[in-house]
Design a binder for this molecule. Sequence first.
Ligand SMILES: [Zn+2]
Length: 344
Amino acid sequence: MKATWIDFKALRAKLDFQHVLRHYGVEIKRKGEQHHGFCPLPNHNGKKNSPSFSANLERGIFQCFGCGAKGNVLDFAALMEGVDPTVGERLREVALKLQERFCPEIAEIPKPEKAPARRKPETRETSATAPSPAIVNAPLDFELKGLDAGHPYLLGRGFTSATVEHFGLGFCTRGLLKDRVAIPLHDSGGALVGYAGRVVDDKAVSEDNPRYRFPGARKRGEEVHEFRKTLFIYNGFRIKSPVDDLIVVEGFASVWWLHQNGLPNVVATMGADCSERQAELIAALVKPVGRVWIVPDGDKAGERHAQSLLGKIAPVRSVRWIKLEPDTQPTDYAAAFFRERLGA
Ligand SMILES: [Zn+2]
């Protein structure tokens, strides 16, 4: 374990932007809610003597209209250090330095998601009233075999066998995902952490049989492993380094469709609501000067999806919403439609 765990959210909340500015010798003047001044970033390549830089110290965000840089206080520190804030490992180094200097007490907060796996085996059953903390989104220790990649559901919806193979999809005839298309879920490092399953017969959808089934909790000895989709974005691991344009959709099928139509930089939130963590993961896949394109379904949930993303992404990345016709989905549109919108 070489990486030291860091709670970016807690650190951002705790850091005083004013202190960070002073730390880097930056002086900017207050004007209303914002502070303004010359851009202090070493890579600023716009006009040097215009006050293009502004920051909202309360919200902990900044933006430069000259060079286009923007982000939160950690992004700022990284850019001041000449580090690309979208490279997680480098951002972590900068964040650790700031944490040490300004709020070392944060390091004392224990890591919430993973429980230490050092509990001694007990001779009796552990009490159900004292559940151990779950291990979240850990790599799976098995793989589903014998999935049918040639199932008519997939090919019938216009997906090619190359697409089906690329995403590792297949119809499952056994177990929890019986009669569903199994969809492998990989974490940002590419490790398989679970499978989602989609019903192939929409008439079979009911309260007890949802259209999508996500991995449930599984017991491994004393430990409980569980999957949380709010800490995860679908297809994120295939985007190896920050891109100029990233498309964000609601569901799996839209990812497959756009990929098949020559737009591989696409991820899904797997639902209408985007969590803080998902927004962070999305922003990290896009260059600071890049753009996030939201393409939700053309319905009420899609609108909620767009609003949820806009609120969280807009402070750190430029965001556009590609609105679809009512009651349509990204899979109803051809490649040309997206290319035109993206200006590609
Ligand atoms: Zn600048």
